[in-house]
Design a protein around this ligand. Structure first.
Ligand code: GLN
Length: 382
């Protein structure tokens, strides 16, 4: 037998799995991998049980349940003012991760270049590499994490096929401003560059700021795959369900790939989400305030610590600079925090191709208030 040659030789196990496992081994409070430690709306869960018990246990339609896609289209129209055809411009996927992979597969041919902004979520680059593409990483730096648009302009060349962007941004917890949208529009207008907009934290934006979905801007939306997550919105990351929105011609190719990867997405959850959304729940509209309260609690509890925090603008993550506590590299520091201080966190350097000199870790504050208090108590003692 010939020796197996890895297609992802540069990738180990994802940091989320590594840290959650370490948290479990050491009995640490797990503020690493991003997931809530509470359940979503009871009514939504009740609808899942209902459909499990009422014969909705076989394959859903391949591109998604029409009832759910209708609800998604209504929501997009209400929130972002874009009329999307639920039949041809929306696909429900088993998690946003699959949607990201399919979207990359649609546009990236071997040798094509894809721009990603570091710190970048850890599925972007592997999705590009598995499709034979080449990633061009543009760093954003603590504490502002602003995009250097001059640098983006210098990086764009005839091989540039795709730009992957993410707002609200994981792990930096920053959000895009109108000037970012304007700069992007100027750079891509008149080019053949596509956009993949990871907007899974669309509802988790704080301090009265708007979420600048690319779907709001017709000149950008016409070249965009926008990706969303029910797991984030309904506190159900384990359900693995999200969706992609893209113009008809792009979605046709997306579906061609999706059908051969997962075929379809689980059925009872799709029925349940359709019911729940149809009944006019305001859950998603209240999510920002819900998480803002948790951010504020965590930031306030941490004020007595030697960590330095700039308040998150969105997502359920909070970054912290630990340079007053230690000069260890963040991977070591995160490991030691987990083993010795029993709070697991995510080191931020792993999301960079070339990690800058910064000592920053990421906390997930999607936890019960008591868990946050207990964690903060340990962190204040450092
Ligand atoms: N999105 C989650 C995070 O950033 C992790 C998802 C995963 O573990 N694959 O923490």
């Amino acid at each position: 037998m010939s020796r197996l040659k890895s297609k992802l030789p540069g990738s180990g196990t994802t940091i989320f799995t590594v840290m959650s496992q370490m948290a479990l081994e050491h009995g640490a409070i797990n503020l690493s991998q991003g997931f809530p430690d509470f359940d979503g709306p009871a009514l939504l869960r009740e609808r899942v049980s209902y459909h499990l018990e009422h014969g909705h246990n076989q394959y859903a339609p391949m591109p998604g349940l029409p009832e759910l896609k209708n609800q998604i289209a209504l929501k997009i129209s209400a929130l972002y003012g874009r009329d999307v055809d639920p039949i041809d411009e929306i696909t429900v996927t088993p998690g946003a991760t699959e949607a990201i992979f399919c979207a990359v597969s649609v546009v990236v041919q071997p040798g094509d270049e894809v721009i990603v902004f570091d710190p970048s979520y850890d599925t972007y680059a592997p999705s590009v590499i598995l499709n034979g593409g080449v990633t061009r990483h543009i760093p954003m730096v603590y504490p502002d994490f602003r995009i250097d648009w001059g640098r983006v302009k210098d990086t764009i060349n005839p091989r540039t096929r795709l730009i992957i962007l993410n707002t609200p941004h994981n792990p930096s917890a920053t959000i895009w401003r109108q000037e970012d949208i304007d700069a992007l529009r100027e750079l891509v207008t008149g080019t053949g560059i596509y956009l993949l907009s990871d907007e899974v934290y669309e509802h988790i934006v704080f301090d009265g700021q708007p979420h600048l979905s690319l779907l709001r801007f017709p000149e950008l939306a016409e070249r965009t795959f926008a990706v969303y997550s029910f797991g984030k919105t309904y506190h159900a990351t384990g359900w693995r369900i999200g969706y992609c929105v893209a113009p008809r011609s792009l979605m046709a190719e997306f579906v061609r790939i999706h059908q051969f990867i997962n075929f379809s997405t689980n059925t009872p959850m799709q029925y349940a989400l359709a019911d729940y959304m149809r009944d006019g729940s305001a859950h998603h509209l209240e999510l920002g305030a819900f998480y803002q309260q948790k951010r504020d609690l965590f930031v306030q509890l941490m004020a007595e610590s030697r960590f330095r925090l700039n308040k998150a603008a969105g997502t359920f993550f909070q970054l912290a600079d630990y340079s007053e506590i230690s000069d260890e590299a963040d991977v070591e520091f995160a490991g030691r925090m987990t083993r010795e201080h029993k709070v697991a966190v995510i080191p931020v350097s792993v999301f960079y191709e070339q990690p800058p000199k910064q000592r920053v870790i990421r906390f997930c504050f999607a936890k019960g208030d008591d868990t946050l208090r207990q964690a903060a108590e340990r962190l204040v003692a450092l």
